[in-house]
Design a protein around this ligand. Sequence first.
Ligand SMILES: [Zn+2]
Length: 93
Amino acid sequence: MVKSNVRMSVVDDVIRGSCVVMRRTCGYDNCRCTKGHKHRSLYVSQYDKGSPRMIYIPKKNEKEVKRLVANYKMIKRAIYKASESNLMRFTAK
Ligand SMILES: [Zn+2]
């Protein structure tokens, strides 16, 4: 929840981590996944205070989550580049 009335939409729409597709069996004995047609699920993989974790993403949210993960990477790159050029600006002779 963003309380500021100036909503920085670009920075709000982010998820930190990587999208990982995993194939798994569901546990039902008569399911097709037992014969090799495993279920495909999307997870977000991220480090939380140094520990890795995987968060399951329900199918209906996959598209939006992928977009937010991509946003995070894009913003991170942009901040890195800005930081580098600012540092040059303040340290150049
Ligand atoms: Zn199954």
